[in-house]
Design a protein around this ligand. Structure first.
Ligand code: F6R
Length: 587
């Protein structure tokens, strides 16, 4: 979602803020802005577009001042306009605010501020109530701490914000959205993600929920919302999480797809103890719910197939955003296994909070071990695949799946015995020559609709493949269980339709070939992803022959590549697809 930043330093902060915003852009990229405090005022520059382009136009990085705030936006309230871009100032221009999250009661607060305090609003955002409430309370008490405490009493919703006061003080406030304080030699930086920290920072404080930080004269103090001084721990910045670059690749999405021969080998590796503890928890629970959103939800569905087939353990998958509608009855002594790359998805955190209230124990699988989800769990296993910046989840998906295989293997006392080196070699082989997929992408670049079918455990892979295609190519794509074709979707097939069939040589093969014939009879074209050729395929994307139960781990690679090369053919930046952002921290 949005990224927020606040920097207090002994040098000009604007160039550093602009650099950090470029690194945090994956959280939202429809508009950007910076405000700095100089001798006499808070000045603001903002614009619509990516950080680099807006900065080229209006030189935000040339602003002068030793404290400042910055923002990249993913619009929730109000269109994508310069007026709605952050930072927002209060009416007296003495306080500037950048905000991530949603103020649920903003309409009511706006009315009150207009009626009782003559505030004139300049944007249609929910954010603008925050600097104006701060102004009202600061004018009363002339005390920043008091003004923050009074303001947060009035705000409903999940939010984090950074406020810059004209008197030089800066405040960072956290209520359910991420906020981190980075500590450098002469710098203090508030940020939504450690990725935003410049290289000279080496320690961080993860601000807890319902806490705020006041930075004054290069010193920081942390309080809870009641104003009591809070305990906090200073931690080292996790390795790999700074100076994240694209390396030799043009896009993060490509880098992350091509990293998979390495990342698959280390999935969950740092946490072997946790893996065993998670296994024990699952074994001892009367019932296990698995949840996640988007790609991580597809992993929950895979967990169901994998655990029931190999570990004799029935689990129920629940889409995180659906938990509140399906949780009236949670079986006692249950475990919720929550899966999330970011560990910050609001829907997943909500599912956790619902299940906690029903006494379920929480396990999780995350990429960021300091995320809210990891901190909310009894045990949390790390993907260990390094930061994923491309909006489309790629390497995190295969790492999540690898960890599921490891858990299933322990649950069945070693019956799976996966040699991940074989999987890594299969990845390397598929990634070493992508020319056929590039040709296919050229041939289908103008299609409007695409179907992906798979059966059994390959069904969630078909959903995942379709999700990749729709999010980075804007082609309408649907993942369908092969057997369901005849129950409706066949009506959509004609000579302009393409269907990708996930068809490894396993127990789903014969049924899939029947589906292929049904599709071909309607003149639609078939793209077969298989280790075996078949004369009915219009295109054959070959995958290596591998042990039968490992196909789910490898067949996703060509689907990721089809999505990636199709995005390039369609002139879409795969790292920043329209209307999306990574880390969906709003409900
Ligand atoms: C798809 C994608 C999203 C995320 C979803 C959950 O490529 O990236 O669907 O999978 O927003 O995100 P996490 O796993 O961070 O909870």
């Amino acid at each position: 979602m949005c990224s927020i930043l606040g920097l207090s330093s002994d040098r000009d902060v604007a160039p550093i803020i602009v650099d950090s915003l470029k690194k945090m852009e994956y959280r939202g990229y429809d508009s950007v802005g910076v405000a700095v405090k100089n001798e006499s005022e808070i000045s603001v520059k903002k614009g619509v577009g990516k950080v680099k382009d807006v900065n080229n136009d209006i030189q935000m990085d040339k602003m002068q001042g030793h404290s400042g705030i910055g923002h990249t936006r993913w619009a929730t309230h109000g269109g994508v306009t310069v007026e709605n871009a952050h930072p927002h100032l209060c009416n007296s221009s003495s306080i500037g605010v950048v905000h991530n999250g949603i103020i649920e009661n903003y309409a009511e607060l706006r009315k009150d501020l207009e009626k009782n305090h003559n505030v004139v609003f300049k944007s249609s955002t929910d954010t603008e109530v925050i600097p104006n409430l701060l102004q009202v309370y600061f004018e009363k008490s002339h005390d920043v701490k008091r003004a923050v405490m009074d303001t947060v009493q009035r705000l409903k919703g999940h939010y984090a914000f950074v406020a810059l006061f004209k008197n030089g003080e800066m405040v960072g406030v956290r209520n359910h959205e991420p906020l981190i304080l980075g500590i450098g030699e002469n710098d203090l930086l508030l940020t939504s993600d450690v990725i935003g920290l410049p290289e000279n920072f080496n320690s961080v404080v993860y601000i807890d929920n319902n806490q705020f930080v006041i930075i004054d004269d290069h010193k920081h103090k942390i309080y809870d919302f009641q104003g009591h001084a809070a305990q906090f721990a200073i931690k080292k910045i996790p390795k790999n999480y700074q100076n994240v670059t694209k390396g030799e690749y043009e896009y993060f999405t490509a880098k992350e797809i091509f990293e998979q021969p390495d990342t698959i080998l280390v999935a969950g590796d740092e946490d072997n103890d946790y893996l065993q503890k998670i296994v024990d928890f699952i074994r001892d629970s009367d019932y296990v719910y698995v949840t996640g959103s988007g790609t991580s939800y597809h992993i929950s569905v895979i967990a169901k197939y994998l655990f029931s087939r190999f570990a004799g353990k029935k689990v129920e998958h629940v889409m995180a955003s659906e938990m509140k509608y399906s949780s009236r009855y949670i079986i006692p002594n249950s475990t919720l296994f929550a899966i999330s790359q970011s560990g910050e998805s609001a829907d997943v955190l909500e599912a956790v909070s619902i299940c906690k209230k029903k006494n379920a124990k929480i396990l999780s699988m995350v990429n960021s071990k300091n995320s809210a989800l990891a901190r909310d769990s009894v045990f949390s296993i790390g993907l260990n695949c390094g930061p994923e910046i491309g909006v489309a989840a790629t390497k995190s998906f295969t790492s999540q799946m690898a960890i599921l295989y490891k858990i299933a293997d322990k649950l069945c006392d070693g019956c799976l015995a996966v040699d991940f080196k074989t999987v890594s070699d299969a990845y390397a082989k598929m990634l070493s020559d992508t020319s056929k997929i590039q040709e296919l992408a050229k041939a289908i670049k103008d299609i409007q609709n695409l179907f992906v079918i798979g059966r059994g455990i390959h069904y969630p892979i078909s959903k995942e493949g379709a999700l990749k295609i729709k999010e980075i190519t804007y082609v309408h794509a649907e993942g369908i269980a092969g057997g369901e074709l005849k129950h409706g979707p066949l009506a959509l097939m004609d000579s302009s339709t393409y269907v990708i069939v996930i068809n490894p040589d396993d127990d789903s093969y014969v049924d899939n070939i029947s589906s292929v014939h049904e599709i071909k009879s309607r003149e639609a074209k078939v793209i077969g992803i298989s280790n075996k050729p078949d004369p009915s395929y219009d295109y054959w994307i070959q995958i290596p022959t591998i042990r039968e139960d490992l196909y789910p781990l490898i067949e996703i690679i060509p689907l990721q590549l089809i999505a990636y090369y199709l995005a390039l053919e369609r002139k879409i930046d795969p790292d920043y697809p329209k209307n999306l952002a990574k880390s969906v921290t709003v409900k």
